[in-house]
Ligand binder design. Structure first.
Ligand code: M6R
Length: 617
């Protein structure tokens, strides 16, 4: 989603901004821009499409100045063109603003400004902000010290905004300062040597800043070549100790792989090895032990792929630990939360830790937990790959996926990490509740074998899926079937294919197919069926037969055995306990989607319209 980078210091701003924006590309965007200040001019350059277009424009018309703001925009209000790209300027071209988030009352503000004679030049919600800042600068001029003027004008402007936003603002009247503010959208200040930065995410700061301060909601920072001043919501100066930033944590490198996604799929062997250790430890991480105490039911809130991991999680919690569990789309939950009962654990799952819907749903739950069980910390656990995110800072208990930076927009290794986090939770809950069933023992034994099996599947599956991919070049629609704990994997397989190859795909519980989706089947609609030995193995095979009888090409994901001979193509998985099988069956789903998209020549790592971190509702 949109990205912000801003800098001030002794170095030329434009190259630093471009470098920073490159680090934000993975988040997804469709236009970009930057503005810099010299003592007598505000320079602004914007371009539609990829950052390379902005580079080209800047090569022809370079911009100067040691203070500047940059942005990658993911269109919400207005088409993704240069006019709507950020920075947005006031009428006099003196104030420039970049914004992440949504200004919910922008229509009302625009109407009011237009009635006052302000002329708008874009369709964005953001453009109201430079106009409001310009008005406030005029109102406050001469009444406050010049060094406070921009900060107070921005404060006056944001008081009128409703929604969620992170802003960076520069003004020609004070070319040696920039002001940033956050409200429900992430913003991090970075401190370097004689150079200060601000960004909506940490990667642009890696290598240029040695320490960071994450802004809290309502906080504002004033950056000058001399340093950074922080102000709380009421405008009072505030202090915070900056946290050291280790560059290596955020640097992404494709290594020998053609795409980040492929590299990240292969990194799953390491993620699994680390998590299996955590799962099999006899004593849980302290935070986990505390939050799991006396839990009687679980509700899980998530979006997209994270929700699919949550569905696997709910299955495990019920089948291994005997805990009734429900999974909710965070975007639905936030407007109609079911009644909260005592001893309910709420789990929020989000790899980015910033997803607006998930964060809003969790904020609601935090309040409801406090009201239901006053005096105790809210029974709320966050699962994320970004401990430095909003979730990481707000959730009272956190499970850090530690999957390493994931650059591909399509979640892969974080999905595996999220599932494994649920194995850890379910096994610890089972042991807290003295559930020493044969299932629990079998699951632990199977997990111990997982890293080796996963490495083997990764080694063999890549070529199988690459070979298969060319057969789908013309496919318009695909059906994915799974049952029980592999039903969420069918959903995830279909989502991955849609996301990166733009082929329509749907996942169904295999037994549901005959209740409608079967009408779609013919020789043009391939069916991918996950068939792992277990209580529903035979049923899945009969469901696959039903598809075959309608001429659908059948791709099976399962063990090599007589039963799986019905498939036209089999993507082989070692025979494992059904309860751990999603950790393996997910690999062919990811690789198939990857190779189909790569074969079609698509932008695998930055698929159209998608963002790595969905910070708007
Ligand atoms: O950061 P989150 O895990 O909260 O993201 C949720 C979804 O936006 C995300 O899973 C989305 O579906 C991805 N594009 C998955 O590949």
């Amino acid at each position: 989603m949109c990205g912000i980078v801003a800098t001030i210091g002794f170095r030329e701003a434009a190259p630093l901004l471009l470098q920073g924006l490159q680090h934000l590309e993975y988040r997804g965007y469709d236009s970009s821009g930057l503005a810099t200040l010299t003592s007598n001019q505000l320079h602004c350059c914007k371009a539609e499409g990829k950052l390379a277009h902005l580079w080209e424009k800047l090569e022809k018309t370079p911009v100067a100045g040691c203070c500047g703001i940059g942005h990658t925009r993911w269109a919400t209000h207005g088409k993704p063109d240069a006019r709507n790209a950020h920075p947005q300027l006031d009428e006099a071209n003196q104030v420039a603003v970049v914004q992440n988030g949504i200004i919910e009352n922008h229509r009302l503000l625009r109407q009011r400004l237009e009635q006052q004679g302000v002329h708008f030049r874009s369709d964005t919600d953001t453009e109201v902000i430079p106009h409001l800042v310009a008005q406030a600068l005029k109102d406050l001029g001469g009444t406050v010290p010049p060094t406070s003027l921009l900060r107070l004008a921005v404060a006056q402007a944001v008081q009128q905004l409703q929604g969620a936003y992170a802003l960076a603002v520069i003004w020609l009247g004070q070319p040696k300062e920039l002001v940033v503010v956050r409200y429900r959208a992430p913003l991090v200040v970075g401190l370097g040597e004689g150079q200060f930065f601000c960004a909506s995410d940490t990667p642009p700061l890696a290598g240029v800043a040695s320490s960071i301060v994450s802004l809290e909601d309502g906080e504002m920072a004033r950056l000058t070549p001399l340093g950074v001043e922080l102000f709380d919501e009421s405008g009072q100066r505030t202090q915070r100790t900056p946290q050291p930033l280790r560059g290596g944590d955020y640097t992404a490198d494709k290594r020998q792989f053609r795409h980040f996604m492929l590299k990240e799929i292969h990194e799953q062997a390491d993620v699994a090895a680390a998590w299996v250790e955590r799962c099999l430890e006899t004593t849980a991480e302290e935070s986990l032990t505390t939050v799991l105490r006396n839990v009687e039911r679980v509700q899980i809130l998530a979006c997209g792929t994270s929700r699919h991991a949550a569905l696997v999680g709910a299955h495990l919690l019920e089948q291994l630990a005997g805990i009734p569990s429900s999974v909710h789309y965070a975007s639905e939950f936030r407007y109609a939360p079911p009644p909260l009962l005592p001893h309910t654990l709420t789990i929020g799952v989000t790899q980015s830790g910033e997803t607006a819907d998930t964060m809003a749903a969790l904020t609601i739950e935090m309040e409801r937990h406090r009201a239901l069980e006053p005096g105790t910390p809210p029974r709320l656990l966050g699962i994320t790959n970004r401990i430095d995110s909003s979730l990481g800072r707000q959730a009272p208990h956190i499970l850090d996926l530690k999957a390493g930076v994931e650059t591909g927009v399509a979640a892969t290794k974080t999905f595996l990490g999220q599932m494994l986090a649920f194995y850890a939770i379910a096994l610890h809950l089972a042991s807290q509740r003295h559930e020493a069933s044969a299932q629990v023992r079998a699951c632990r034994e199977a997990l111990a074998q997982l890293p080796e099996q996963l490495s083997q599947v990764l080694r063999t599956m890549d070529q199988c899926c690459a070979d298969l991919a060319h057969r789908f070049a013309e496919t318009r629609s695909m059906i994915y079937l799974g049952r029980g704990i592999n039903y969420p994997i069918a959903l995830e397989g279909a989502l991955k294919l849609k996301e990166i190859s733009y082929i329509h795909a749907e996942g169904y519980p295999a037994g549901e197919m005959k209740h409608g989706p079967i009408a779609l089947l013919d020789q043009h609609v391939p069916v991918v069926s996950i068939a792992m030995p277990g209580p529903v193995f035979e049923k899945v095979l009969s469901n696959a037969q039903e598809a075959k009888a309608r001429d659908a090409r059948l791709i099976g994901i399962g063990p090599v055995c007589g039963d799986t001979e019905i498939f036209d193509v089999l993507l082989p998985i070692p025979p494992v306990h059904e309860l751990v099988s999603p950790l393996l069956t997910t690999v062919p789903m990811q690789l198939l989607a990857y190779h189909v998209a790569a074969h079609r020549g698509l932008d695998v790592d930055q698929p159209r319209n998608l963002a790595k971190s969905v910070t708007v509702e």
